[in-house]
Design a protein around this ligand. Structure first.
Ligand SMILES: *Cc1c(COP(=O)(O)O)cnc(C)c1O
Length: 392
């Protein structure tokens, strides 16, 4: 977007459409071309055209996406990777042997796994911390803690961490505050404005929004971190390809209208499930009964579109999944279509059972990524599947 022509900073809905890219200089194409190239001709030794050299280091399509996400998160630079895990791996590569990282207790299973089974080889350790309670987070700090990695709401119990308080605690101890903002997106929550140093995304989810691309994004608050991440991105090389970068930009354009509808459906279904006699518990940050509701309201626009619920005793979970007709059983979330999954055996299977039970990821828990279908159809599908699960 041409900054100099804009009187005041554009609203978020406008940034979604115009951020990161000004019309193609040569042709006026309103969308960024897909620069499907690995290298760029140089006019002479040391003479590139606009600094482009090799596409791992930089590609114009990827750059448009990186500028767009940096603008949306209110950071100074963005970085696009081939998956959310590649982005998280790059962030974790900022740490060194002997450093410890504190994680939200309900952290994404893959994040837990990469620390437990990969970074472990390099002498970087971790601990699961009760980040929902600032006192407990404070108490978890030891000399060697150099970073915290938080999800709020955290997967799959939608537990809420006070992001501002957590970032303050981290900074007091000289640690970096990293927030995985996948569940909220910058449309609903902007962690950098609350004090976080780095935001990461699995852009595979809401940012892409159509379950057709796997991607990860990072945004940093400071130039200094941006420089280090640019170096890591180029050195470790898990970059996003130009076609996927294009798809992601296309998805982000409609983030606002999609999420408005996602959230409307999720709020209605959370109320429906909360009233249902066969449902023991509903976890949704938009419900006033949710433990983190007040804090979430202060730091996010609304409750989002992810919820979890537990069927009452005597209901057969396998029958519930088998009976669904509109809602699909699948991993992942954030696409236009409604998806349900069973965290204990799917997304969080990498976490040992004792740990899962201790943190509340029970066998009866169902996670629901509410899509943008007609709400009445979703409600009818849930109602009939719950009924089918009760005929044990
Ligand atoms: C899916 C997910 C990831 C991992 O992202 P991929 O794109 O699957 O590699 C990380 N964090 C959260 C919260 C996620 O939901």
């Amino acid at each position: 977007m041409k900054r100099q022509e804009v009187q005041s900073a554009p609203a978020f809905a406008t940034q979604l459409i115009h951020g990161g890219y000004t019309y193609d200089a040569q042709t006026g194409a309103v969308n960024v071309p897909i620069y499907q190239t690995s290298t760029f001709a140089q006019d002479g030794l040391g003479k590139t055209r606009g600094g482009w050299e090799y596409a791992r280091t930089g590609n114009p399509t990827r750059q448009a996406l990186e500028r767009l996400i940096a603008e949306l998160e209110g950071g100074c630079a963005g970085f696009a990777f081939g998956s959310g895990m590649a982005a998280i791996t790059a962030v974790l590569s900022l740490f060194r042997v002997g450093d410890k990282i504190l994680l939200s207790r309900n952290v994404y299973g893959g994040t837990y796994r990469v620390l437990d089974k990969v970074f472990d080889h390099f002498g970087i350790t971790y601990a699961l911390a009760d980040t929902e309670h600032p006192d407990a987070l404070e108490a978890a700090f030891t000399e060697d803690v150099k970073g915290i990695l938080i999800e709020s709401p955290a997967n799959p119990l939608l537990t809420i961490t006070d992001l501002r308080a957590a970032a303050e605690i981290a900074h007091r101890h000289g640690a970096l505050a990293v927030v995985d903002n996948t569940f909220m997106t910058p449309y609903l929550q902007r962690p950098l404005a609350l004090g976080a140093d780095i935001v990461v995304h699995s852009a595979t989810k809401y940012l892409g929004g159509h379950s057709d691309v796997v991607a990860g994004l990072i945004v940093t608050r400071s130039e200094q971190l941006a420089e280090r991440l640019a170096f890591l991105q180029n050195s470790t090389g898990g970059v996003l390809g130009p076609f996927d970068a294009f798809l992601l930009i296309r998805g982000i354009r409609t983030l606002g209208v999609r999420l408005d509808r996602h959230v409307e459906n999720a709020a209605a279904l959370a109320h429906f499930l909360a009233r249902h006699p066969a449902v023991r518990r509903v976890y949704y940050p938009g419900l006033p009964t949710h433990p983190g509701h007040e804090i979430h309201r202060r730091q996010a626009k609304n409750g989002g579109a992810m919820l979890s619920f537990e069927l009452s005793e005597g209901h057969d979970i396998a029958r519930f999944f088998a009976a669904l007709q509109v809602i699909t059983l699948a991993e992942s979330l954030g696409g236009v279509e409604s998806l349900v999954c069973h965290p204990a055996s799917m997304t969080h299977a990498a976490i040992p059972k004792e740990t899962r039970d201790r943190i509340g990821i029970t066998e009866g828990l169902i996670r629901f990524s509410v899509g943008i279908e007609e709400e009445a159809d979703l409600q009818r599908d849930l109602a009939q599947a719950i009924a089918a699960s009760g005929e044990v």
